[in-house]
Design a protein around this ligand. Structure first.
Ligand code: DC
Length: 229
């Protein structure tokens, strides 16, 4: 059917707090695709580190723990993240885990391991995946590639609202500092830094609702699918 897209892959990259998860969720729902939050896997690496007394400098040891671990996703809203049989959906979302995940994600052994698992998950298509390297490393074959830029101020405000809604109040200045620091790390690391690929659809999120951002991506996906049909 003309209005039924094939099982395509949509890859969305962007900096921390650009609203990728919310947008990806809407796109996935509208197009009947599954969703893969690649950042959740780096957050699981951070949780494994913290629980084993390891830190940002212990990339090799954390990679060993990751090799012996299983990360699973279960349907739900939000999608449930299961690490070695335990639900960690909330535990991986603290500011400490954001920071540690960003630091550990610069370690090539951790990236290699998680990128390989992510490639296997999306190999058959039918996924909306989001992260930092999904358009360049995990799914360079994606039919739709998207880059979501957003100013630091806009992202800090969004994160502030999210954390407050979850009963986790933080100072906006502290969020601005954390986001700037994560940006610097995620964009400047040697292995798979966050970069916009030349063929990405760039959707400036400023002034747009997540619904509007999602709608642009959905339109691009439908246009692509009708060309393929
Ligand atoms: O998307 P997120 O904020 O949940 O990701 C947490 C950290 O994981 C992020 O600061 C950098 C890292 N990450 C990555 O390096 N590559 C990805 N594809 C996704 C996340």
């Amino acid at each position: 059917m003309a209005d039924q897209p094939k099982a395509i892959t949509v890859a969305i990259d962007g900096p921390a707090g650009a609203g990728k998860s919310t947008v990806a969720k809407r796109v996935a729902k509208a197009l009947g695709l599954k969703m893969l939050d690649t950042g959740a896997m780096y957050r699981c690496a951070a949780l494994l580190a913290a629980r084993n007394g390891l830190g940002a400098q212990d990339g090799d040891a954390v990679a060993e723990h990751l090799k012996a671990s299983q990360i699973q996703f279960e349907e739900g809203d939000p999608i449930r993240v299961i690490l070695n049989g335990e639900e960690v959906t909330g535990a991986i979302r603290t500011p400490e885990m954001s920071d540690l995940a960003s630091a550990l994600s610069a370690h090539p052994p951790i990236r290699a391991l998680l990128a390989e698992q992510q490639k296997q998950i999306v190999a058959q298509g039918g996924y909306v995946l989001e992260g930092r390297d999904t358009t360049r490393v995990v799914a360079p074959h994606a039919e739709v590639k998207v880059y979501l830029p957003a100013s630091i101020e806009e992202r800090a405000e969004r994160r502030w609202k999210e954390l407050h809604a979850k009963g986790m109040p933080v100072e906006i200045d502290e969020l601005l500092r954390q986001i700037a620091e994560r940006d610097a790390r995620d964009m400047n690391r040697a292995d798979s830094p966050l970069r916009r690929v030349p063929d990405a659809l760039v959707v400036e999120t400023f002034g747009l609702t997540p619904e509007e951002v999602a709608q642009r991506i959905i339109e691009r996906a439908r246009a692509g699918a009708s060309q393929l049909a």
